[in-house]
Design a protein around this ligand. Sequence first.
Ligand SMILES: NC(=O)c1ccc[n+]([C@@H]2O[C@H](COP(=O)([O-])OP(=O)(O)OC[C@H]3O[C@@H](n4cnc5c(N)ncnc54)[C@H](OP(=O)(O)O)[C@@H]3O)[C@@H](O)[C@H]2O)c1
Length: 195
Amino acid sequence: MMRTHIGISLDGFLASASGMPAWDFQPTFDGSGHGYPEFMAKVGAVAMGRTSFDQGLDDWLGAWPWGDKPIFVLTSRPLPGNAPPHGRGRAGGVEGLAERIRNAGIDGDVQLLGGAKTVRAFLDAGALDRLGIVVLPLLLHRGIPLFDTEPLSFSTDAWRESGGQRDASPPAAFELDSQQAFDDGSMHLVYRPKR
Ligand SMILES: NC(=O)c1ccc[n+]([C@@H]2O[C@H](COP(=O)([O-])OP(=O)(O)OC[C@H]3O[C@@H](n4cnc5c(N)ncnc54)[C@H](OP(=O)(O)O)[C@@H]3O)[C@@H](O)[C@H]2O)c1
């Protein structure tokens, strides 16, 4: 099953304007709480977008966090020469990568690490089984939003034109799978995308 465990700010950003993950702004975050160990205990492989891979690679090369677990990178370009042999790139798009992961005989869950573009692409392709987010009790105000949104101010003209009807495009819908509150005020929500 492909799952995320993403930290987002209360205002919906998974990273700050400089690209610092939202987790890093939460003083209580050190990877040993927020359901992370329980989540990782079931993970047999990791998939991520090229931007997140490139951002983390130097740190990870110092102490590779995933042992021998296969790493899949969603990218249109070859991985750099210093990527470890179990970092596999060039996926043929999100559908191609999803199929490759399904055929890889992974023992356990596949963590979709992020970032935002990659999570959205897997969601759009119907390839994400569980959207797990930890909503952190902080506001970033600016940054990389998990979802592509377009904030607007209320417009009387737009309201009148709509005739009070819902917008034409249906919203993506989710069912709540589980929820857990943590002592630091963060909230773990796991959603099942409706297909
Ligand atoms: N809070 C958290 O838990 C968390 C977790 C992970 C990451 N992050 C943060 O997320 C940020 C990066 O997110 P991001 O959205 O900019 O990048 P991303 O999702 O990590 O990577 C995007 C890249 O993936 C490749 N790609 C290939 N096919 C794609 C497709 N169909 N759709 C989308 N991408 C495709 C593209 O690279 P090519 O140019 O190679 O094609 C694209 O530029 C970083 O700041 C990171 O720290 C936060």
